[in-house]
Design a protein around this ligand. Structure first.
Ligand code: 7TS
Length: 422
């Protein structure tokens, strides 16, 4: 038997000790609303996060007193909405430490960001026989767009395998890179396992072959400080709704030099500078990739969410969540028949697990009656389930507003599951 997996904790960091979680919880109104008559224990943050009052207020204020279309009106409301939307772009640029606002494209979310790169970059620059490298721990949205592209251009998908802890085999990755490799697309943090990939190293190795790298940052930005210039990634994608912001909005960061060479992804309003029936001239970056009226309130709401997260500080968040993950890991390890899937040395706050003799959906259903929200299933990462030989897992995913008491409630809930199915 393998020794019980433990998350290494240095010693209580000053940042984690200072973290006032009770005060932070007051910022999230939904946490005061009971579920099935029980206090809500929300542990499904990898699917989507809850929204702080400031974000809700931003959306409310926009539709109450600020609604107008952007980039076109000369009237007061339109100009003000445009300013607020563009200010949110600048906030996002600072958040990622990108060099230029032109490198920040508003999209619907991570999924659309990846499809944009696949269809615009991929269809333009890939030819038959070329290869795209992904990993065995990708979310379907970082698999399927590349499969579609492969069918369209005759390229091939190559997959970096992972070990029993859910870590990349870097030597396998090095072996996959060659003159046919035209793109690497990889998760920064795995949604199903919690693994934090050594993304800087992944990027450096690809760049030795002049291969651009797209990083799926959906599960990273809520937990880690991301600096796209320090990483030197070529594309970085994330969704606002996993970062305490609204659904329906997200970001594609791309290096301007690459985005400039890429054709538009969709045609329509706002992405043009001149249209005649003979020829259309496209707008400059970032607007070339932003056809049609966007999710204006969502973009502005994302800006507020980022300011809120910055106010707490990602270093403090990471330190607190690390301690909570260690606490939860120890607590779950104490339950007989429970196995944690995803035991990487570098891990974000995701706990996937199986329970002997109980289907994950049954775990989820019993926990729900206790007011505890987790996700059960394949987490849109079916190849991860296949890799670990399980049909599904139960997954508790933590955010900075979760507490040790909530972990205790989860453990009590799982013990109840065991009794019900004994
Ligand atoms: N990439 C990763 C790593 C994800 O975790 C998700 C969503 C996506 C991409 C897609 O993001 P979207 O906002 O475009 O849908 N992950 C999950 C999850 O783990 N449970 O529900 C959604």
């Amino acid at each position: 038997m393998r020794p019980a997996y433990r998350v290494p904790v240095p010693e209580t960091t000053a940042a984690a000790a200072r973290f006032d979680v009770a005060k932070i919880r007051e910022d999230f109104p939904i946490l005061r609303h009971p579920v099935h008559g029980k206090p809500l224990v929300y542990l499904d943050n990898a699917a989507t996060t809850q929204k702080p009052q400031v974000v809700i207020a931003t959306l409310n204020r926009y539709y109450t007193a600020g609604n107008a279309n952007i980039h076109r009106g000369v009237h007061f409301l339109s100009e003000r909405a445009t300013q607020a939307y563009e200010a949110a772009r600048a906030t996002t640029r600072r958040f990622l430490n990108a060099a230029d606002d032109r490198e920040i494209i508003f999209v619907r979310g991570t999924t659309e960001a990846i499809n944009l790169v696949a269809q615009s970059y991929g269809r333009t620059f890939l030819k038959p026989g070329d290869e795209i490298v992904i990993s065995a721990m990708e979310h379907h949205s970082n698999i399927v767009p590349w499969q579609i592209l492969c069918e369209q251009v005759g390229a091939k998908l190559r997959v970096i395998t992972i070990n029993n802890d859910g870590e990349l085999y870097l030597d396998v990755y090095e072996g996959l890179l060659n003159e046919r490799t035209k793109l690497v697309a990889i998760a920064h943090v795995s949604n199903a396992l919690g693994t934090i990939n050594p993304i800087r190293q992944v990027i450096d190795l690809a760049h030795q072959w002049n291969v651009p790298v797209l990083v799926d940052g959906a599960q990273a930005v809520p937990h880690l400080k991301v600096d796209v210039r320090a990483l030197d990634c070529d594309f970085y994608a994330f969704s606002a709704h996993k970062l305490f912001g609204p659904t329906g909005i997200g970001i594609l960061y791309g290096k301007a030099a690459l985005l400039d060479r890429m054709p538009p992804y969709q045609g329509g309003g706002d992405m043009i500078s001149l249209v005649t029936f003979e020829k259309t001239h496209y707008n400059t970056l970032p607007y070339k990739f932003e056809a049609g009226t966007p999710h204006i309130a969502g973009g502005i709401g994302l800006g507020t969410a980022i300011e809120y997260v910055n106010g707490i500080g990602l270093d403090a968040i990471a330190a607190y969540e690390h301690e909570l993950l260690a606490y939860a890991t120890d607590a779950l390890n104490g339950i007989e028949g429970l196995e944690i899937i995803g035991t990487a040395k570098e891990k974000a706050s995701v706990l996937s697990f199986t329970l002997e003799g109980v289907h994950p959906h049954d775990i989820g259903t019993v926990l729900d009656r206790e007011g505890i929200a987790i996700r059960a299933g394949h987490h849109c990462a079916m190849p991860v389930m296949q890799r670990f030989g399980v049909p599904a897992t139960a997954r508790a995913s933590l955010a900075f507003y979760n507490t040790e008491e909530e972990i205790d409630a989860l453990v009590a809930g799982i013990r109840k599951v065991k009794k019900v199915f004994a």
